[in-house]
Ligand binder design. Structure first.
Ligand SMILES: NC(=O)c1ccc[n+]([C@@H]2O[C@H](COP(=O)([O-])OP(=O)(O)OC[C@H]3O[C@@H](n4cnc5c(N)ncnc54)[C@H](OP(=O)(O)O)[C@@H]3O)[C@@H](O)[C@H]2O)c1
Length: 239
């Protein structure tokens, strides 16, 4: 069945791949980004609606999406990642940038899209496997994604009575511009095509939580079972 699917952060990486793959499957895709030219150049597909807004600007989201009354699937994927290089000189501006985009931006999107979701529709929020364990330099990114984990899981409870399913998506490392800039080792890093496939499969099954890739997330989950003091010693040594 053809669905109307809205995806944020569709100008690059995971969101762009999802937009292309869903369009190729024949769905009506509304691909969102904040830079019109970058978004349209990246999509290069006139079957896809390119919609421009900054997720930190609630009013512009409402107005950009006013033409759409009803959405079947919404994937809130837009996000950013910055690391705290020196915890002792805590960069509050960096912290604010990451929280504003990943947490508040998701909140503004929710406020605009939830009225457009009917019984039977589906919402997905993209978090990260970083939330399994405290990892070095991830104070800002990890805190923002931990907030999204909680947000998605509580929304799943509160939207159940409206017949709206909520999926929490936790990718491991994926080859995108966001991770291209990392200089550290990224175990189990997968292609963006594979990431899109795993997300689409999980969403098709209406899984409540979509963790991938399998081996990396399994290792992270096993490590998360360690007593905190043991993980703490390992993580300090990794730093
Ligand atoms: N890649 C990974 O390994 C990985 C792992 C776990 C989770 N994730 C999550 O997956 C999601 C997608 O990441 P990605 O790797 O595909 O990164 P990416 O290629 O950098 O894409 C991020 C997307 O978010 C958009 N965006 C950022 N801030 C925005 C704002 N204020 N308003 C509107 N759009 C904004 C970007 O738009 P611009 O092009 O205009 O910047 C871009 O389209 C993120 O939430 C990320 O945290 C990624």
């Amino acid at each position: 069945m053809t669905q109307t699917i809205l995806i944020t952060g569709a100008s690059s990486g995971i969101g762009l791949q999802l937009a292309k793959d869903y369009a190729n499957q024949g769905h009506k895709v509304i691909a969102c980004g904040r830079d019109k030219q970058k978004l349209e150049t990246a999509l290069d597909d006139n079957r896809i609606d390119a919609v421009v807004f900054d997720i930190q600007d609630g009013a512009s989201i409402e107005s950009a999406l006013s033409a759409y009354d009803s959405l079947d699937l919404v994937i809130l994927n837009a996000g950013t990642c910055e690391y705290i290089d020196d915890a002792k000189k805590f960069d509050a501006q960096l912290f604010k940038r990451v929280i504003d985009t990943n947490v508040l931006g998701t909140g503004y999107c929710l406020s605009a899209v939830l009225p457009k979701l009917q019984r039977g529709s589906h919402l997905a929020i993209v978090s990260s496997t970083v939330t399994f364990l405290p990892l070095t330099r991830s104070e800002a990114y990890g805190a923002s994604k931990a907030a999204l984990d909680y947000l998605a899981r509580t929304l799943a409870i509160d939207l159940a009575e409206f017949g709206i399913d909520v999926s929490l998506v936790r990718p491991g490392f994926v080859e995108t511009p966001l991770t291209d800039k990392n200089t550290f080792k990224m175990p189990g890093r997968i292609s963006v095509q594979r990431a899109s496939e795993m997300i689409r499969q999980g969403l098709h099954k209406r899984k409540k939580i979509i963790n991938f890739p399998f081996v990396f997330q399994a290792i992270m989950r096993l490590l998360a079972l360690l007593p905190n003091a043991v993980w703490h010693r390992i993580a300090v040594r990794m730093n």
